[in-house]
Design a protein around this ligand. Structure first.
Ligand code: FES
Length: 268
């Protein structure tokens, strides 16, 4: 890999086509949206999605793209509502994405399923909601069920997503607990009877959101301090990659990660 692969949009577009469009991507912890009308909205690998819970309790993953003029319907990271009303011209959808109506000047002439928000293939594995652009992709397997959900820390990191993965994999070699890496965007640690799911959400080529979901343990000040320190280490590493310092394959995990990226670039 080259320095530009960490600091320019071309590589991100390649990754969007060859990695993010062909795997199951983590969207949120199911427990983040416990009640009817709860939703989260995020961008993962260039795909903007809304995860909703409808009145029947079912979860749907929708593309956050209005069917009127393809603008984002939701502009906040989380909330609770009965319907989604597009802030641009007022097209309105229910919690499953079904088109409900629009003001007369912008209303479609005829009812059509093409006016519904696009629902994506989704699954829930061990309390984590995943979606995919490719329903034939190999499904994630996280092992046994999680203990009770204890909260999520969200970090906005000014770094390329590959830097965040490298830092996670590098630091894992220093920890004794059971660890598994679920390509392309999820790490699972199981210290003792607890579990921590680290969900990486590449927003742009230089912005990454990291969600740390805690199970069997509560979020506390120490965990927030640790998350801030991890964010700072990633941003230092990003500066070093941008300056041309390339990674080394210090562990089997890092080596496998870099091989996956290089394969994706070769296929593009
Ligand atoms: S883009 Fe959503 S109503 Fe026009």
């Amino acid at each position: 890999m080259k320095s530009e692969d960490y600091a320019q949009g071309d590589a991100f577009q390649t990754e969007k086509r060859s990695i993010f469009s062909t795997g199951w991507l983590p969207a949120c912890a199911e427990a983040q949206i416990p009640k009817a009308g709860d939703f989260v909205s995020l961008t993962v690998g260039g795909w903007s999605v809304i995860v909703t819970r409808d009145p029947a309790g079912a979860i749907t993953v929708l593309r956050n793209m209005c069917r009127h003029q393809a603008m984002p319907v939701v502009g906040v990271p989380a909330g609770n509502c009965e319907t989604f009303r597009c802030r641009f011209h007022g097209w309105t959808f229910d919690l499953t994405g079904k088109f409900l109506g629009a003001p007369p000047p912008v209303a479609p002439r005829e009812a059509s399923a093409n006016h519904n928000l696009i629902a994506l293939p989704m699954l829930i594995e061990a309390g984590i909601v995943f979606f995919s652009l490719d329903s034939l992709a190999t499904k994630p397997a996280l092992g046994s069920a999680m203990p009770a959900y204890g909260g999520t820390i969200v970090s906005e990191i000014a770094a390329n997503w590959k830097v965040v993965v490298e830092q996670l994999l590098e630091e894992q070699t220093l920890r004794p607990e059971t660890f598994s890496w679920h390509s392309p965007l999820l790490a699972l640690r199981r210290p003792g009877s607890t579990a921590i799911v680290e969900q990486i959400a590449p927003h742009t080529f230089l912005r990454t959101r990291l969600f740390a979901h805690f199970f069997g343990d509560e979020v506390d000040d120490q965990k927030r301090t640790d998350a801030e320190a991890f964010k700072a280490r990633c941003e230092v590493l990003q500066a070093s990659r941008a300056a041309g310092v390339m990674p080394t394959d210090d562990s089997a995990l890092l080596s496998a990660f870099h091989k996956r990226i290089e394969t994706a670039y070769a296929q593009a």
